[in-house]
Design a protein around this ligand. Sequence first.
Ligand code: 5RP
Length: 223
Amino acid sequence: MNTKKLAAERAVEAIEEDMTVGLGTGSTAYFAIEKLGERVSGGLKIRAVATSKRSEEQALGLGIPIVPFAEVGIIDITIDGADEVDRHLQLIKGGGGALLREKIVAARSAKMFVIVGEDKLVETLGAFPLPVEIVPFAHEWTLDALKALQLNPELRLADDGTLYVTDNGNYIADCRAVAIEDPADLHEKLNAIPGVVENGLFVDLAHTVIVGREDGSIDTLTR
Ligand code: 5RP
């Protein structure tokens, strides 16, 4: 069962005529964008903003109108994946490297729909390495500050072995082996470090989590 596709296609049902839609990034968001493309081909009129170059390209290829951020006030619905979801609907995101743009878009959205397979549900966040986007300047010092918080940071590498660089020209430090008991507290501590641009904890941003299950059922969790 493709649990990602199941959740993604259910989320797209919530999109209505004339909405402004935020497009997430990743393999689950991919299915949502495909489905939205079908609905747009069928006559649905919406406009969208994207959280990454790759999602923007996919959307444009499907005829989904992408509008400049300056033309958008509030986004009606953003649909995006996640790496982990806890029972309070707090998230780890950024496995795909788009956390900064995803958080900017989520924060501007009336509703954030998170789409996941059931394997993403966890008791405590942190088994998945927490991505932290950091500026290249003096990044060694920023890593030291993350180490001082016992976060075991490791700079992310691209497939070719060079340092991974985000759409914003920054690096990502993946912080491993951390059980995150208080996501809001860690979020504040991380973003207080000079050199940290943003971190992958999405605290109180998800309104609805749609979970695709292996048996073909779908659960909708709301705050
Ligand atoms: C990208 C993200 C993704 O939403 C997250 O990594 C989940 O990815 P996938 O849907 O491929 O499992 O945060 O920055």
